[in-house]
Design a protein around this ligand. Sequence first.
Ligand code: BG6
Length: 467
Amino acid sequence: MSFPKNFLWGGATAANQCEGAWNVDGKGPSCADVMTAGSAQKERINTRTVQEGVYYPSHNAIDHYHHYKEDIALFAEMGYKCYRMSINWSRIYPTGLEQTPNEAGLAHYDHVFDECLKYGIEPVVTLSHYETPLGLVDAFGGWKDRRCIDAFVRYCTTVMERYQGKVKYWMTFNEINCMSLNGWNAGGVIENDEATLMQAAYHQFVASAKVVKKGHEIDPENKIGMMYGGLFSYAATCNPDDVMANVTNMNSALFYCDVMCRGYYPAYKLKELERKGITLETEPEDAQILLEGKVDYLAYSYYMSLVAGAKTTGMDLATGNLYTGYTNPYLKTTDWGWQIDPVGLRISLNLLYDRYQLPLFIVENGLGAVDKKEKDGTINDDYRIDYMRDHITEMKKAVELDGVDLMGYTPWGCIDLVSAGTGEMKKRYGFIYVDVDDEGRGTFARSKKKSFDWYKKVIASNGEDLD
Ligand code: BG6
């Protein structure tokens, strides 16, 4: 048996991409609620405020807010051991600035967690998944301002106290390294300069560390992790210049893990900031907070691998919603240009386990593809099954042959939802099809794809039966 008995098989979603009900029961708008729909060719536009007559995919999404019972029942039918989801911060504190929470928002997640627990499904909660309340942007300009720390700690304390005994797995910020790439998604930061983004990242590190500490005080059973947006690249050639450039490329993202797993900034990052003339504004107590708030586990998303070299300028050549360099001639790509690399998953597991010696958790992986509904209503997504089989096979080798301590696997968008990168619905990841199109039209009816029964079998056999 390769996977441990208590391996957390499940699926993952984010509130802003599936809940809809964007202004229902007292919810305030978040950064996601002002992003228009786009496509692989057309960037999403940030309108900054909600504008009349503009279509925003997050506003209805797949209406998971009203369908959660049906959706969780389907997850249970697949045999999920856990469900990774996010709490929509602005349901709890509509602007982020209130001193008392919105009871209707809190009650909603009570129902969701109760529903999960009814089936023995362990909730795994992301506290902030691209969902900074817009009120914090209006008041402070988002996470570039230190005052966001208190707002976040207040929110996290509220939900950790409220759901004590119901939720024990938490993650602070989804893909925290996204701050280097897209400050708006990561924390409502509109500026694009490195100094501002690095300051915002610093605030999130301190906030996360405070929440880890607080979460352990609230319940020593709590396991609180970080979430890394899996950036993994190979050197373009064995030319030492390419190899060194790849080290630099990897460090540009891995430093986020270094800070959160080790509790301090790595030397290479301090030197880099110094060279660039970036001086972080800090408070004297921060260093101790970072040390005391190291995470319990490292969760990450893995979709693809990249290639970096001395000539990489970033944002060029290969596509994908992470920054990148060269294309890899050995790999195929998805229809959205993401390079498919199952062996890279095993490599990433080895790299991170060796570097941090912390339990790892794959909390996102999957294939975004256009699914075709046949006349008889079936959806034969063999391409998705193939993608997942290959990735699970490599994940298994990492556990069985390399001894990596892996907690679980939650494929992304286990039910079709809005794409974060493009705002499309047609970029589907789910085992469950949802009848909604790119303009938000449809019956919202759920149906099972072929991969549904396949994944059910995978879970039932604890990853042994992948056929
Ligand atoms: C990750 C995010 O970057 O990738 C998710 O955490 C996102 O929110 C997922 O949906 C897949 O990306 P996309 O652009 O295909 O939705």
